[in-house]
Design a protein around this ligand. Structure first.
Ligand SMILES: *[C@@H]1O[C@H](CO)[C@@H](O)[C@H](O)[C@H]1NC(C)=O
Ligand SMILES: *[C@@H]1O[C@H](CO)[C@@H](O)[C@H](O)[C@H]1NC(C)=O
Ligand SMILES: *[C@@H]1O[C@H](CO)[C@@H](O)[C@H](O)[C@H]1NC(C)=O
Ligand SMILES: *[C@@H]1O[C@H](CO)[C@@H](O)[C@H](O)[C@H]1NC(C)=O
Ligand SMILES: *[C@@H]1O[C@H](CO)[C@@H](O)[C@H](O)[C@H]1NC(C)=O
Ligand SMILES: *[C@@H]1O[C@H](CO)[C@@H](O)[C@H](O)[C@H]1NC(C)=O
Ligand SMILES: *[C@@H]1O[C@H](CO)[C@@H](O)[C@H](O)[C@H]1NC(C)=O
Ligand SMILES: *[C@@H]1O[C@H](CO)[C@@H](O)[C@H](O)[C@H]1NC(C)=O
Ligand SMILES: *[C@@H]1O[C@H](CO)[C@@H](O)[C@H](O)[C@H]1NC(C)=O
Length: 743
């Protein structure tokens, strides 16, 4: 009975065969769809009875569509209770968490979306006002499905794009109100599928300030498992990413599907296992911060979710996301450029500086081999001079006591400094935090209503500051014009854009998404006008390390915790979803300001060298001479390996969560070069370290393996299958950076 039913439901799928859209095919009956490359398939069909979209498969390549076995007569619910749905709405008996929930003018919240048609196009349309992946007709094809709710005159267009080279599907939707009354969108999950009854585990990244991207792996079991941000931003607490894997999936083996939301605001991830064993997978906006009013004729666009599928475990999943995000999300032309080693003034001088002491710090940085000097917080505020964090935010004018002649003469002095042993001149970088205001500022005195607040509720301070309501057009104009003025006032080559608190009181739930749209408008404007600037995001460390901002900025500060050991965990965790080229990582002084731990300079530098952007965050005048003697060599090594860190494929070999000897490596796709990072956390007499088996090499080739002073030759097969037997000294916090070159 079961077998014959499945056979009856089998229908062939044929390619359209025309143009570059042949990654998408439509079944003979015109209502089953498949987005496929040689390695992946995403399939669904229209239920002939209900005109609902039924999910069939997302994973490894599958030539035919096999509709699932459904026994809707055998339960307490109705047709929709026992359907694997693509775009679950509310009412009609689907009792699981919906992807879309709309409150109509009448007050009811039932929707009845039905299939009306489709389009297939090469390329991918941009999302109005939102960051998203992009690509040419050769890179990506898009299927648009049209749905209509006859009862409420609301249409939904679902966008499915396939990036065949990256094993990736991107999804988003748009809702248009064709009726004459306003409705409210209560819930909007950009991604929604129902997976069949298979054992799954969920992996996500949780944390806090100075403890970002901890890895959490759990069994998917009955009920809901998920997480959310309600902080107004993606936040340190949870990253808008998760993976679903089989219980046997490891770093390098087994199926892994990654889900990543391209958005910087409050979000929700929801994985719900149902009585049937089916698992609903939702990722999108947080319903607590939505209630989006949609007037007659208006359209609401959801942000985009990208999902990648890999059969090569979690490393394979991460590599797909890394390549897709570097090539088709980040739009900065710095993405593939080697980044200048920098010195940031914050941990060295804090607020206590003037033009003389800053120029001296820049000179010290240049003498060590840094080519970018970053003036952090404290440079601005005229009536409310920013000498501490209680005042000045919002007033983006140079502080007269520190810079009597403004920024230009100061920046020109920095620009005239020559980097040691080169003809290069020093680049100048500046810190800003434009979405915030101190009550003690001209901006707040003039516009007390520009900050986020809720009626007469207290405007709660955090770090003595309030959040501007960037959803307001006048606030957007103010930020664009004041930051533009700063950028015009001096030759600035780098901007660190900080954001140091979450949003507490809001005038309405919808103000949260309005804020994020306004923020994207501002950042789009400034980055479009200034592609020559290297932009770095920051939010008290990794509070906004998300794909939304990585669309505009090529890099982001990973964590305020610069302790070398803590950083290993944070960086390995962050690498689950984000390319290492996007991580900002610095070497700071010891004992570490956050943890009090002392680790060797060489170890701290090796940890920071795993990232795209490397820097020093200390005052060189406080270092010992022997440290000063070592730093130029460490920067030189970092600069030599930076091209492969930026452009190569990243392999997590051993996680710090799992071993005393964590390791990772980068390889070029053609395997002609690689670099290996290996660490010993604690000195231990027993057990001995396991052999370190490398990845991504050419088995038949011979490689010269070098640590700079010593080299040897091994073949790829030996390095990958027998592994290196590294000899560690009897000391804590040891590190090795080995380069491998094909002979
Ligand atoms: C919706 O309305 C149109 C036009 O009246 C009709 O053709 C169609 O069958 C209706 N669809 C559903 C699902 O009721
Ligand atoms: C598809 O799979 C083949 C065989 O494993 C592999 O060689 C190829 O690189 C894969 N393509 C992509 C885009 O992952
Ligand atoms: C700048 O600061 C340094 C160190 O604090 C101090 O010695 C110097 O007098 C200051 N210069 C000016 C012009 O204020
Ligand atoms: C510059 O060269 C000198 C002599 O080779 C060397 O001692 C010093 O470390 C170098 N400095 C930098 C920053 O590379
Ligand atoms: C902050 O700086 C201002 C201006 O220099 C000063 O008046 C105030 O006392 C300082 N506050 C704290 C808490 O240091
Ligand atoms: C609200 O803020 C005022 C002024 O800062 C303070 O005196 C009061 O205690 C606060 N009220 C509450 C309920 O927190
Ligand atoms: C940025 O915004 C300003 C002020 O609204 C406008 O004049 C300018 O054309 C915009 N630039 C870009 C690149 O969008
Ligand atoms: C990036 O854009 C800037 C400004 O248009 C330009 O000066 C620079 O050469 C570009 N860099 C690359 C690598 O294209
Ligand atoms: C390289 O390895 C050799 C042999 O183990 C060792 O003596 C030397 O100190 C190492 N050099 C570096 C820079 O680690």
């Amino acid at each position: 009975m079961l077998a014959s039913k499945v056979l009856l439901c089998l229908f062939p799928v044929w390619g359209l065969g025309q143009s570059t859209a042949n990654w998408i095919s439509v079944g003979e009956d015109g209502t089953s769809f498949s987005l496929s490359s040689s390695n992946i398939s995403y399939q669904f069909h229209v239920d002939p009875l209900t005109l609902d979209l039924i999910h069939d498969h997302w994973g490894a390549y599958s030539a035919e569509t096999v509709p699932p076995f459904i026994n809707s007569e055998s339960g307490w619910g109705g047709d929709y209770t026992y359907r694997l749905r693509e775009f679950p709405d509310v009412g009609r008996g689907d009792f699981r968490v919906p992807a879309i929930h709309i409150e109509h003018a009448s007050g009811d919240t039932v929707s009845a979306f039905s299939y009306t048609g489709y389009e297939i196009n090469s390329g991918k349309p941009p999302l109005p006002g939102l960051p998203a992946t992009y690509g040419s007709e050769a890179d990506v094809s898009t299927l648009t499905i049209h749905l209509y709710d006859n009862y409420s005159d609301i249409s939904a267009d679902l966008y499915y794009s396939i990036f065949p080279r990256y094993n990736a599907i991107a999804r988003s939707f748009q809702i248009t109100n064709h009726g004459d009354k306003e409705v409210k969108i209560l819930r909007a999950s950009s991604w929604s599928i129902d997976m069949p009854n298979e054992e799954l585990e969920m992996i996500d990244l949780y944390g806090d300030w100075a403890a970002e991207a901890r890895i959490n792996r759990r069994k998917v079991t009955h009920g809901e498992q998920g997480f959310r941000s309600t902080a107004g931003y993606s936040s340190h607490f949870h990253n808008p990413f998760f993976a679903l894997v089989s219980p046997t999936t490891t770093e390098s083996l087994g199926p892994a599907t990654g889900y990543s939301l391209i958005y910087t605001g409050s979000f929700a991830a929801n994985v719900e296992k149902w009585s049937t064993g089916w698992v609903r997978v939702l990722l999108g906006l947080n319903p607590m911060h939505l209630s989006w009013p949609l007037g007659s004729g208006e359209t609401f666009a959801s942000p985009e979710v990208v999902s990648v599928y890999s059969e090569k475990g979690l490393s394979g999943m991460s590599q797909s996301l890394h390549s897709l995000y570097r090539n088709h999300l980040s739009r900065s032309n710095k993405t593939f450029e080697t980044r200048p080693p920098l010195l940031n003034s914050w941990e060295g001088l804090g607020f206590d500086f003037n033009e003389t002491s800053m120029v001296k710090l820049a000179q010290d940085a240049a003498d060590l081999g840094c080519s970018l000097f970053v003036n952090d917080d404290g440079w601005f505020g005229t009536d409310f001079p920013r000498d501490n964090d209680t005042l000045g935010l919002g007033d983006w004018t140079p502080q007269p006591a520190k810079f009597p002649d403004g920024l230009r003469p100061y920046v020109e002095q920095v620009n005239s400094i020559t980097v040691a042993n080169s003809s290069e001149k020093m680049i100048f970088g500046l810190w800003v935090e434009p979405e915030m205001v101190n009550p003690k500022s001209d901006l707040y005195l003039n516009h007390p209503d520009w900050c986020m607040h809720a009626g007469s509720h207290n405007r709660t301070l955090k770090r003595n500051q309030l959040v501007l309501n960037v959803g307001l057009p006048e606030v957007q104009e103010y930020i664009i014009s004041t930051i533009e003025k700063v950028l015009d006032s001096a030759p600035i080559g780098y901007i660190k854009w900080d954001n140091n608190r979450g949003i507490h009181e809001m005038p309405s739930p919808a103000a949260s998404h309005e804020y994020i749209l306004g923020m994207y408008h501002v950042i789009d404007n400034l980055t479009t006008a200034h592609p020559e600037i290297l932009w770095e995001g920051c939010a008290s460390g990794g509070g906004r390390f998300d794909p939304g901002l990585l669309h505009y900025w090529p890099q982001s500060w990973t964590s305020d915790d610069t302790d070398g050991l803590e950083r290993l965990y944070i960086q390995f965790g962050t690498s689950f979803a984000y390319p290492l080229s996007a991580l900002g990582c610095h070497v700071s002084a010891v004992p570490n300001g956050q943890t009090g731990r002392t680790t060797p300079l060489v170890f701290r530098s090796a940890v920071a060298s795993m990232c795209g952007s490397y820097g020093l965050e200390l005052d060189p005048s406080e270092l010992e001479q022997e440290e000063l003697d070592v730093i130029p060599g460490l920067i030189d090594l970092q600069q030599r390996i930076n091209p492969i860190v930026i452009n190569g494929d990243f392999h997590r070999l051993v996680l710090p969560d799992e071993s005393n000897w964590p390791a990772a490596m980068f390889t070029y796709p053609d395997a002609h070069e690689a670099v290996l990072f290996a660490f010993q956390i604690r000195s231990a007499l027993k057990p001995l370290p396991p052999p370190l088996k490398l990845k991504g090499l050419d088995s038949d080739a011979k490689y010269t393996v070098s640590n700079g002073t010593w080299e040897t030759t091994w073949s790829g097969s030996t390095l990958m299958n027998t592994g290196l037997s590294l000899v560690w000294p009897a000391a804590d916090y040891e590190s090795m950076i080995l380069t491998l070159k094909k002979q």
